[in-house]
Design a protein around this ligand. Structure first.
Ligand SMILES: Cc1cc2nc3c(=O)[nH]c(=O)nc-3n(C[C@H](O)[C@H](O)[C@H](O)COP(=O)(O)O)c2cc1C
Ligand code: SF4
Ligand code: FES
Length: 669
């Protein structure tokens, strides 16, 4: 039995927003008017109501976007509508950073304080905001039953907003009957001040531009900023939907062969063979099969998926339709981070249009297969990019990762066989079908095939998303982005994001392939290449990475929940030259914590939370005077940590958390 102890009533506008999503209530049991003759004793449609739990996050998002926060009344109404206990729903609502269960003004400006934006001066921007406007969150009303003025507004600090190529970035939200959200780049303190008083103030949503625009060698990005992303006909005219037609012509098994021949590896960070994943789901007898596109893209420094979704949304829809055809999936979700309003809008338009044109829905292209596709919007949780955390989030639970096995291909979302792939992985399939799997496998190297997207940010002349075949060196990639402004020397490069690691300037000739990265005890991760010149305070970057993991840990398992806090604390002590014991003792402590997190955490977040820190210590020698710029005043320069750079010789295992484990004893991937 569900106990509902909340008495607060939702405002009419909150009810309307929730009803717009869920439809009108059935009767007295699920939030409607109680008619004794009809629903005095019996709950009709109870199962139907309970089976709607997966709409919990969309309902919370709806309430939040209507008035700017989730009031007790709105939460109560959502719980009644979905038959979810309030304590349970409260646990979900408080999981996500973009949702607020305490009063918050309708207008919020989230200012990025993460690594790439710090390089572009967001720390100064934030300091100026502190001085001129007040601290982050200043002006948010305290207490529960408070009035919030229409013109009230606050700013908040934010982790990476996925706009590192246009740093510093901000994300504005204005709740209301028609909520307005915009992701803005190159913001200045005056812009944020104006946005706090006038949410419609001048600046446009960040443009979707790529530095290689129009380059004839592009395969994945060839339509971006060239073909109208809102036009189905333009997409068709530029070769769109030829791949789906070909897939249907040759049949699912032949498509699978092409994908296997191509040796396509997942681009979400774990580099798992896509064909094996698809095959495993296609062969599962349990039904239905689900297909999920992981578009959460919250790894600091990553923004390539945003560019595809906003710049060529039909390509993702088409690629997912092919994947559904091959794997027998009837329902798909694109899980997009909540800070991506433009990609969401354009994808929704693409889905609606494809449906109208017979490319989604029932009997697609008359080939007798059905596929429904919908968008699920995240709400500010990096961990929801982890594949099993996405399942929980979609199902309406806290976005906490699940233990594996069972693997998603056996029991994924709703306990059913599920394919989950990254945006970039999916769009590669169009190219595979266009040129054939074997021809595709000839691009790049033997083990790392195809084109690859990289996100270049930090101190490069032309930051942005770049497409190159695997095998180019890191140095060549940085040169492609125009090198470091003013020819300054490179101090370090953050490779693979916060979950990746720092590499030194003498490692720039590393080939950008999975195998070369592995050999160098590095990772390509999600394709992040963040360059730091000699002016950057690397210790500040490292502290930010540590803060990011502390903040984003879901807290489910102890090594990660406690370890990320202890790691950050030790780094802080060292940064102010006040180690407990000696610097050596602190470093040993950090290492011990790091190894525990890596070995004993449930998911990749905890397993990689020490990677960048470890590389800063062992590769960059950040704390032994080898990089004096980064050592804050008070750090003993003569600390005995003077071992030569080990290139990670002591690294216990490859950095990337989700290294696919070979199936054992017949276990599936
Ligand atoms: C903490 C964490 C966050 C992740 N975030 C993302 C993400 O935003 N996008 C993504 O595609 N994969 C992300 N992954 C990797 C996914 O779990 C999964 O490996 C990937 O979606 C599989 O797709 P692929 O085979 O196409 O790479 C993340 C993993 C972890 C541990
Ligand atoms: S490792 Fe961290 S993020 Fe992952 S499940 Fe454990 S506590 Fe959560
Ligand atoms: S948008 Fe600020 S670091 Fe990525």
């Amino acid at each position: 039995m569900d106990l509902r102890l909340l008495e607060a009533e939702a405002l009419p506008e909150e009810r309307a927003a929730i009803d717009a999503l869920l439809g009108p209530p059935h009767g007295g049991w699920d939030g409607g008017e109680r008619v004794i003759a009809r629903d005095g004793r019996a709950l009709y449609g109870g199962h139907e109501v309970r089976s709607q739990r997966h709409l919990l996050l969309p309902a919370l998002n709806a309430a939040q976007s209507r008035i700017g926060w989730i009031s007790e009344g709105a939460l109560n109404y959502i719980c009644t509508r979905l038959s979810v206990p309030p304590a349970d729903a409260y646990g979900v609502a408080t999981f996500y950073a973009l949702l607020s269960t305490t009063p918050r003004p309708r207008r919020v400006v989230h200012v990025c304080e993460d690594v790439a934006c710090r390089v572009a001066g967001s720390d100064k921007l934030i300091a100026a905001l502190n001085e001129r406007v007040g601290d982050a969150g200043h002006g948010a009303p305290a207490g529960d039953h408070v009035m919030i003025g229409d013109d009230d507004a606050i700013w908040l600090r934010s982790p990476c907003l996925g706009l590192c190529d246009q740093a510093p970035a901000a994300f504005t939200q204005e709740a209301g009957p028609v909520a307005v959200e915009r992701l803005l780049g190159n913001v200045k303190v005056e812009d944020v001040e104006r946005l706090l008083t006038d949410p419609h103030f001048g600046k446009d949503e960040a443009p979707v531009a790529i530095p290689q625009k129009g380059d004839p060698s592009l395969r994945l990005l060839r339509r971006v900023d060239v073909v109208d992303p809102a036009s189905f006909d333009a997409y068709r005219a530029s070769g769109g939907y030829a791949a789906l037609r070909r897939a249907i012509e040759i049949g699912p098994d032949a498509v699978l062969r092409e994908v296997n021949d191509s040796k396509l590896m997942g681009r979400g960070g774990a580099a798992f063979p896509t064909g094996r994943k698809w095959e495993a789901v296609a062969r599962q007898p349990a039904r239905p099969h689900y297909l999920i596109c992981n578009a959460d893209e919250s790894e600091p420094g990553t923004f390539k998926d945003r560019v595809i979704m906003a710049g060529d949304p039909f390509s993702l829809v088409e690629a997912m339709t092919i994947a559904a055809y091959v794997t027998g999936s009837t329902h798909g979700f694109i899980y997009v981070r909540g800070e991506y309003p433009l990609p969401i809008e354009r994808l929704q338009h693409a889905i609606d249009t494809a449906k109208r044109r017979g490319m989604l829905g029932a009997n697609i292209l008359g080939a007798g297969f059905d596929f429904e596709l919908e968008i699920r919007k995240g709400a500010g949780a990096y961990i929801c990019g982890e594949e099993t955390a996405i399942f929980n989030s979609i199902e309406g639970y806290r976005g906490e990762p699940r233990s594996k096995p069972p693997f998603p291909v056996v029991a994924g979302v709703f306990g059913k066989p599920t394919v989950i792939n990254n945006v970039e992985t999916f769009v590669n399939v169009l190219e595979i079908l266009r040129i054939g799997g074997q021809a595709y496998a000839k691009i790049g190297t033997e083990q790392s095939t195809g084109p690859k997207l990289y996100c270049l940010s930090g101190n490069v002349t032309r930051p942005g998303t770049y497409e190159v075949p695997f095998g180019i060196t890191l140095r060549e990639l940085i040169e492609l982005a125009g090198g470091v402004p003013e020819g300054r020397p490179i101090q370090a490069v953050l490779l693979g994001g916060a979950a990746g690691l720092f590499v030194r300037p003498d490692e720039l000739d590393m080939k950008m392939t999975f195998e070369d990265a592995r050999a160098a005890r590095a990772t390509l991760g999600s394709g992040v290449v963040m360059v730091f010149d000699d002016n950057v305070d690397l210790l500040d970057m490292l502290l930010r990475v540590a803060a990011f993991f502390r903040d984003e840990s879901c807290g489910q398992c102890v090594p990660c929940r406690v370890g990320t806090v202890r790691q950050e604390e030790a780094l802080h002590r060292m940064s102010v030259g006040k180690p407990i014991g000696s610097m050596t003792a602190e470093i040993s402590l950090i290492e011990e914590i790091g190894v525990a997190m890596r070995d004993a955490s449930i998911c990749g977040l905890g397993q990689t939370a020490y990677s960048a820190v470890e590389s800063a210590i062992k590769r960059l020698h950040l704390f032994n005077g080898a990089t004096p710029k980064s050592n804050p005043p008070g750090t003993p320069a003569s600390d005995p940590l003077d071992a030569p750079p080990s290139l990670g010789a002591e690294d216990p295992k490859p950095q990337q958390s989700e290294q696919p484990k070979p199936p054992q004893n017949g276990a599936r991937p």
